[in-house]
Design a protein around this ligand. Structure first.
Ligand code: HXC
Length: 514
C-alpha cells in the first residue's frame, strides 16, 4: 500500500472510533440532553488543544458473545490538552459504547492516563457517564475499579483531581469521584448512587426515582458528595475552567497569579455587619469586601450553608476562605459544616494555599440529633485539619467566638499565624445568656425580681467578657482592628508569612477522626 493509502486507512480507522456507538446511540444520548464524550472534551479544553491517546484500544472479552462485539475505544476517550493554557489529563466515558461500562481495557486506558497525570504532575479530570462494571467481564471489571481507586488515593494531595458526573455513576464506580478533590454535577443529568432504584425496590420494597435517590440536587444539598452544581453541561465546563484558575497544577507550584485588583466599592465592609449582634448578615459580602476584585468562587454553595468555603485572591494570589455564615443557623458548627470545612482546609494545605478564616460562631450545635450523628467525631475534624495545616493561617474574628467554636475556627491555639479581632468581637466560653444563667443561678433564683436580676447579670457578663480585650490582654489575638483595616492587615499577614517554614514531628501519618 502506498503512503497515501495507509494515511487513508488511518483516517478511516480514526473515523470509525470517533463515531463511538454509532448514530442511533448518539441520538439516544442527545435525547437525554447529554453531549458525546468528545464534544464534552472539546468544550472543556482550550480549542484544538486535545490530543487523544489509545484510541485503537480494543476489549478482549470472550464470554457472553463479547467476541462478536466491537466497542470503539472500549467506551472511554483519554488524552491530554490544556485549560487556560495549562496542561491537564482527561478521560471521558462514552455512554454510546456499551453504556460506558467499565471492562478491563477501558479501565487500563483510565489507569494509564492517571499514571501519566501523576508522573507529569498535572491535574486529572474524569468525566463519568457509565453503567458501572461491565457485567460480561465479571471480576476483571472489579479489578479495574480497584486499580483506579488505588491511583486516586496515590495521587491525592499531589495533583488536583476533578470528577464530572454527566450521566449514571452507579455502584462501586462512585468511589472514584468520592476519592477526588472536586465533584461537579449537572441538573437532570447526573445520577450517582451505590444501589439503584431497582435494587432498593427488591430489597426494601421502596419506590424511589433515580433523581430523588442520587440526582444533582440531592448530592449538592443533602449528601454533600458534590461540590459544584451546574444548570447544564456548558455551565459545568465553564465552572471547571474557572476553578482551574484558582488551583495549582500540583503540590509544588503556585496557582496562576492575576493582576492585583482592589475590591469593588459596592462592598462597604463597615455596613455589612450590623451593630446588633443578634442580626444576621451574609459573610460572603465580607469576603467580597476583602478579596481582589470582590471575586469569590464558592465551593459546596448549597450544602451545610452555615459555613462558607471557597477561593479568592489577595494581591493576585489564590487564598482559601473559611467563614461561619450568620445568615444560616446563626453560623453554628455542626456535623456537615465540620466535614465541609475540614476537607477544604486539607486541600488548601496540600496545595500550599493560605487559609483566611472569618469567625462569627456561637459554638457547636447542641441537641440529641447532632450528638447521635457524631458531632464529637466530625467536629474534631476541623480541629485536626487546622492543627496539622502548615500553610499561612490568618484569622479574623468578626463577632462571636464562643467556646469550642472559638478554638476550632483557626484560633491562636491551633497555631494561626495571625489572629485579628474587630472591636465587635465577643470571645468567651459561651454566650452571655447561658453563662449568666449558670454562674449567677443562685443570685437570680433568690432575687425578688429574678428577671431583672438576670438581665443585669447578663449585662455585667457582657461588659466583662463579651469583647476582644480580655483575649487581647493575654496575647491570644495579635491586634484589634477596624473593619476597614481588614484587607490591609490580611495583605500584611500574607506578606509576612510568604516564606513561612515550620516542621512538624516526623511520623508516617496521623490518624484524623475520619
Ligand atoms: C454492560 C451495560 C452496562 C453494564 C449498561 N450497559 N450498563 N453493559 N455492563 N454495567 C449497556 C446496555 O446493555 C445497553 O447496551 C447500553 O449499555 C445502554 O444501556 P441502557 O440500559 O439501554 O441505557 P439506559 O436506559 O439509559 O440505562 C442506563 C442504566 C442501565 C441506568 C445505567 O443501563 C443500568 O441499570 N445498567 C446497569 C447498572 C448496573 O447495575 N451496573 C453494575 C453496577 S455494579 P445495548 O447493547 O443494548 O446498547 C458495579 C460494581 C462496581 O458497578 C464495584 C466497584 C467496586
Amino acid at each position: 500500500m502506498t503512503l497515501e493509502g495507509k494515511i487513508n486507512e488511518l483516517n478511516e480507522r480514526r473515523q470509525k472510533v470517533m463515531m463511538g456507538g454509532g448514530d442511533k446511540a448518539i441520538e439516544k444520548q442527545k435525547a437525554m440532553g447529554k453531549m458525546t464524550a468528545r464534544e464534552r472534551i472539546d468544550l472543556l479544553l482550550d480549542a484544538n488543544s486535545f490530543h487523544e491517546y489509545d484510541m485503537f484500544v480494543e476489549h478482549d472479552a470472550r464470554d457472553f458473545e463479547m467476541d462478536k462485539k466491537k466497542l470503539p475505544g472500549d467506551g472511554v476517550v483519554t488524552g491530554a490538552g490544556t485549560v487556560n493554557g495549562a496542561p491537564v489529563a482527561v478521560f471521558a466515558q462514552d455512554f454510546t459504547v456499551a453504556g460506558g461500562s467499565l471492562g478491563i481495557m477501558h479501565a487500563k486506558k483510565i489507569t494509564k492516563i492517571m499514571d501519566y497525570a501523576l508522573k507529569m504532575r498535572i491535574p486529572l479530570i474524569g468525566i463519568n457517564d457509565s453503567g458501572g462494571a461491565r457485567i460480561q467481564e465479571g471480576v476483571n471489571s472489579l479489578y479495574g475499579y480497584g486499580e483506579i481507586f488505588f491511583r486516586n488515593t496515590l495521587a491525592s494531595g499531589i495533583i488536583p483531581q476533578i470528577s464530572v458526573i454527566l450521566g449514571p455513576c452507579a455502584g462501586g464506580a462512585v468511589y472514584s469521584p468520592a476519592l477526588t478533590d472536586f465533584v461537579f454535577v449537572v441538573d437532570g443529568v447526573s445520577k450517582m448512587f451505590i444501589t439503584g432504584p431497582e435494587v432498593i425496590k427488591t430489597v426494601l420494597g421502596e419506590e424511589i426515582t433515580m433523581e430523588d435517590l442520587g440526582g444533582a440536587r440531592i448530592h449538592s444539598e443533602v449528601s454533600g458528595n458534590a461540590h459544584f452544581f451546574a444548570k447544564n453541561e456548558e455551565e459545568c465546563f465553564a465552572m471547571i475552567r474557572r476553578l482551574l484558575t484558582f488551583i495549582p497544577w500540583n503540590n509544588t507550584v503556585k496557582a496562576m497569579t492575576l493582576e492585583p485588583a482592589e475590591p469593588k466599592n459596592e462592598y462597604d465592609i463597615e455596613k455589612i455587619v450590623s451593630d446588633d449582634p443578634s442580626l444576621p448578615y451574609d459573610v460572603r459580602d465580607v469576603i467580597r469586601a476583602v478579596a481582589d476584585n470582590s471575586d469569590f468562587l464558592e465551593i459546596q454553595e448549597l450544602y451545610a450553608r452555615n459555613l462558607v468555603i471557597g477561593f479568592g485572591r489577595m494581591r493576585g494570589q489564590t487564598v482559601g476562605f473559611v467563614a461561619n455564615q450568620p445568615n444560616e443557623m446563626a453560623g453554628v458548627l455542626d456535623v456537615d459544616s465540620s466535614d465541609k470545612a475540614a476537607r477544604f482546609i486539607r486541600f488548601c494545605d496540600a496545595f500550599n494555599i493560605p487559609i483566611i478564616t472569618l469567625v462569627d460562631v456561637p459554638g457547636y450545635l447542641p441537641g440529641i440529633d447532632q450528638e447521635h450523628a457524631g458531632v464529637i467525631r466530625h467536629g474534631a475534624k476541623i480541629l485536626y485539619s487546622y492543627s496539622e495545616a502548615t500553610v499561612p493561617k490568618i484569622t479574623v474574628i468578626i463577632r462571636k467566638a464562643y467556646g469550642g467554636g472559638y478554638i476550632a475556627m483557626a484560633s491562636r491555639h491551633l497555631r494561626a499565624d495571625f489572629v485579628f479581632a474587630w472591636p465587635t468581637a465577643e470571645i468567651a466560653v459561651m454566650g452571655p445568656e447561658g453563662a449568666a444563667n449558670i454562674i449567677f443561678r443562685k443570685e437570680i433564683s433568690s432575687s425578688e425580681n429574678p428577671e431583672e436580676t438576670r438581665k443585669q447579670m447578663v449585662n455585667d457578663y457582657k461588659k466583662k467578657f463579651a469583647n476582644p480585650y480580655v483575649a487581647a490582654a493575654k496575647g491570644y489575638i495579635d491586634a484589634v482592628i477596624e473593619p476597614n483595616e481588614t484587607r490591609s492587615m490580611i495583605l500584611h499577614a500574607l506578606e509576612i508569612t510568604a516564606n513561612k517554614h515550620i516542621s512538624m514531628p516526623s511520623k508516617k501519618h496521623g490518624i484524623p477522626p475520619f
